[in-house]
Design a protein around this ligand. Structure first.
Ligand code: GDP
Ligand code: MG
Length: 167
């Protein structure tokens, strides 16, 4: 099995950190400053019979909405036509207008979506996560939720097996 996995989400949710952890190397630049990833980066991971090609998208942001549209517009974009799985990365608690913007684009996609709830390590109360997530899963009824900590590598193996199942 082989396929493309797009990592989307607003700046600072941890997309690059996640990609680095999956690949086991520092490929994408991570930073506290949003907009650190200016270009789309590719990373390839081959494990047994499964090959996943990861696409780390530039931070989704009003300033590069055009680039995003190009990327997300199915008919116009070869990149997205080739995408087999989308990882919609969100912060475990903070939901912003930029997340909303990304969500509205992800809702148009027909490929499988995994909602990756990142920064699990910074969550004190498990219940804090739930009200927001319930709402989010209603917006993306076919998406599966995977809570992770990209920084600590928690639950990344589970995420990778869910990806492999969808390639
Ligand atoms: P991107 O803009 O979505 O690519 O986000 P980055 O990967 O650059 O990460 C933004 C910031 O969040 C950096 O300071 C990361 O160290 C931090 N970060 C990423 N993942 C985690 C996580 O799982 N837990 C915590 N506590 N911080 C994280
Ligand atoms: Mg990044």
């Amino acid at each position: 099995r082989c396929g493309y996995v797009a990592i989307v989400g607003r700046p600072n949710v941890g997309k690059s950190t996640l990609l680095n952890h999956i690949l086991g190397q520092k490929l994408a630049i991570t930073s506290r400053k949003p907009q650190t990833t200016r270009h789309t980066l590719l990373g390839i991971k081959t494990e047994g019979a499964v090959q996943a090609i990861y696409v780390d998208t530039p931070g989704l942001h009003k300033e590069n909405e055009k680039a995003l549209n190009r990327f997300m517009n199915k008919s116009a974009s070869q990149a997205l036509r080739d995408v087999d799985v989308v990882l919609f990365v969100v912060d475990r608690l903070r939901w912003t207008d930029e997340d909303q913007m990304v969500l509205e684009r992800v809702q148009y996609l027909t490929c499988p979506v995994l909602i990756v709830v990142n920064k699990l390590d910074r969550m004190d109360d498990k219940n804090e996560l739930l009200p927001h997530l319930e709402w989010l899963t209603k917006q993306l009824p076919n998406a599966e939720v995977v809570p992770v900590s990209a920084l600590q590598g928690r639950n990344i193996d589970r995420l990778e097996s869910l990806i492999a199942e969808r390639l």
